[in-house]
Design a binder for this molecule. Structure first.
Ligand code: PNS
Length: 170
């Protein structure tokens, strides 16, 4: 029997958006097991600490039996190898994503030629979405309820309600 096809979907997920969820839904149909892996990045100042991002993702993937959530530190390819993953899954929204994604895919391939990066084009309705913009809009009191899953919206609301300017509207 061939070994199960395991893919890693890595990212910051600060916070997860409907675009991420769409990629998880579509990606999980292509592989036997999909591991959504949150990078523990000491360089960035996140809105949500890693355990909260993991928790939000666990909620949103609950109905996908072949998807799990994990976090990792260090090189993505080392983590992928450690999890016996042969595929790294990434989404591309616009041409502006392509350059960085190409660079990462090439460098990852140079380090671990046995791990393949596979790209899915973002669905049209999510092609403009980014966690950074969602955070900015929510922080400024804008309505992000159509950009993120309900559970994430509630977490965002909880996080920003103490903001002396404005909590997010719904
Ligand atoms: O959601 P993001 O922030 O676009 O995800 C970026 C991520 C996590 C895929 C990328 O930063 C990454 O793989 N970091 C792990 C460190 C690493 O392997 N760096 C070398 C990449 S060539």
């Amino acid at each position: 029997m061939p070994a199960p096809l395991i893919a890693i979907y890595p990212g910051s997920f600060d916070p997860p958006t409907n675009g991420h969820l769409d990629l998880i839904a579509r990606g999980s149909q292509l592989v036997d097991q999909l591991i959504v892996a949150v990078l523990e990045n000491t360089q960035k100042q996140p809105l949500f600490p890693v355990p909260e991002r993991v928790d939000m993702l666990k909620h949103v993937i609950a109905s996908y039996p072949n998807v799990e959530v994990d976090c990792f530190q260090g090189l993505l390819v080392d983590y992928a190898a450690q999890r016996n993953a042969r595929v790294i899954l990434r989404g591309i929204r616009a041409i502006s994503d392509y350059e960085t994604e190409l660079q990462m895919a090439m460098l990852n391939r140079r380090m671990r030629p046995d791990i393949e990066t596979i790209f899915l084009m973002a669905s049209e309705q999510h092609s403009f979405l980014s966690s950074r913009m969602v955070k900015e809009i929510a922080t400024l009191g804008g309505d992000v309820s159509s950009f993120v899953p309900e559970f994430v919206w509630k977490s965002l609301h909880g996080k920003l309600v103490g903001n002396p300017c404005k909590p997010p509207r719904k």
